[in-house]
Design a protein around this ligand. Structure first.
Ligand code: URA
Length: 238
């Protein structure tokens, strides 16, 4: 597929600088196109065919970017925020400036967060109609019981128009503080916390383990990230 774009946009998309600076740099002769200095910001470039160098370093064009982040507590799932650090602030080597998180985790929630600029994929993963499984590990104050599991399987009232969709609760440990894994197919605001609240319990720690076919890489510490593998991406697209 042919996808020509202007040389200044090509470089701006790849985060080389602001469009206005880039235009000036091109006019100064700092950019080569296929081995020749090119002083025209409006020149057309065909990514993956043409070779672009800025100050003698090759700038490859990356159209889509897919990052798995182990979100730590204390950062917000937004692209910008006046007060708090965002999940995007954690990505230090962005290849695209149009990245966004796919859905939201609460500020105090940890775990799997996909960051991309692929709006189509994000839409498919978030669409309520697609019933994508999201698995959460939760620590809950008080005893989590079989009755809770039955209630979640039936659907509980969290103050929305309808009950929650059937969800699977796997109890790992039950006691003063219980541990459980909850699989839901929706993503309402504070959904997991509100579901436990509906059965009279408080979530004191929450971590997302997976979303559809994508599981949090156990090698990633909170705050760490990596690109998705080809295989992970393929499975997500299926
Ligand atoms: N449910 C919640 O309550 N919080 C999250 O961050 C994700 C799901």
């Amino acid at each position: 597929m042919s996808m020509q774009l202007r040389l200044d946009k090509y470089l701006a998309d790849m985060g080389v600088g602001a469009r206005s600076e880039i235009k000036a740099w091109i006019r100064k002769g700092r950019v080569t196109l296929n081995g020749e200095v090119c002083r025209k910001p409006e020149s057309k470039v065909e990514p993956s065919v043409d070779e672009v160098l800025f100050d003698d370093s090759r700038v490859d064009y990356v159209e889509y970017c897919y990052i798995m982040l182990h979100k730590p507590a204390g950062v917000v799932s937004a692209t910008s925020d006046n007060v708090s650090r965002t999940v995007l602030d954690l990505i230090s080597d962005k290849q695209r400036k149009d990245l966004f998180p796919v859905g939201r985790l609460d500020k105090d929630t940890e775990g799997l967060l996909l960051i991309t600029n692929d709006g189509g994929l994000a839409h498919r993963l978030l669409s309520p109609k697609k019933h994508v499984d999201k698995v959460y590990y939760a620590k809950v104050k008080g005893e989590v019981t079989r009755e809770d599991a039955e209630a979640f399987a039936e659907g509980v009232d969290i103050g929305e128009e309808s009950l929650t969709l059937p969800a699977r609760l796997k109890i790992i440990a039950s006691g003063e503080v219980s541990e459980a894994e909850l699989t839901i197919q929706e993503g309402k605001f504070h959904q997991v916390k509100r579901m436990f609240a509906a059965v009279g319990k408080e979530v004191i720690y929450l971590k997302r383990l997976s979303m559809g076919s994508l599981s949090l890489d156990p090698g990633l510490q909170p705050g760490e990230y990596r690109e998705l593998t080809e295989e992970e991406l393929q499975l997500l697209r299926d």
